[in-house]
Design a protein. Structure first.
Length: 178
């Protein structure tokens, strides 16, 4: 499956276009996000088997400065950012990039959450935009059935609606796919 997806922000002006490919239990995506600050984020994501992140390349243009970041997860579960170890992320399976819905698909697809089930807790390598800082993020996905989950992290919570391919259609009060 190969698709071009476009989202727009509902809480503030933001747009994102992503070319995504799903082959079995692997996903790759290449996208661009534009934000009102203004900034431009370009990324390439590649997962290995079971939708586990292997590599995320990011570049952001903000205030006339171009910054790049390369996040890599090795098969043993260790993470590096631009070849520097990030031991606080050991054991995390996924990346999550601020305001980018494609990253919500990874745990959803891995655990086949579309039909419901028990809540699941995840640790993510969370990248903020436009500064490209990386932090450990504790997140909970509660499957609600009908291709929906409730996403919660810290004090934030929202329902996310996925399509039949496991890709975000609506992130309530946050973004929607066009």
């Amino acid at each position: 499956m190969d698709r071009l997806l476009i989202w727009r922000g509902l809480d503030s002006w933001r747009a994102e276009s992503t070319q995504v490919r799903i082959e079995g239990d692997r996903l790759s995506a290449q996208g661009t996000q534009l934000g009102a600050e203004p900034y431009r984020l370009d990324y390439r994501l590649r997962t290995g088997a079971d939708f586990v992140t292997e590599r995320l390349e990011l570049s952001v243009l903000h205030d006339g400065v171009l910054r790049r970041l390369l996040l890599v997860r090795d098969p043993a579960g260790s993470w590096t950012a631009d070849d520097l170890p990030l031991p606080e992320l050991d054991g995390a399976l996924d990346c999550d990039v601020l305001a980018s819905p494609i990253f919500n698909s990874l745990p959803f697809l891995r655990h086949d959450m579309g039909g419901g089930g028990e809540p699941r807790d995840f640790v993510m390598a969370f990248v903020t935009v436009p500064d490209l800082s990386i932090t450990r993020s504790e997140q909970r996905y509660t499957p609600l059935g009908d291709g929906r989950v409730n996403y919660a992290s810290g004090n934030f919570s929202a329902d996310i609606n996925f399509d039949e391919d496991g890709l975000v259609r609506l992130y309530e009060d946050y973004l929607e796919r066009l």
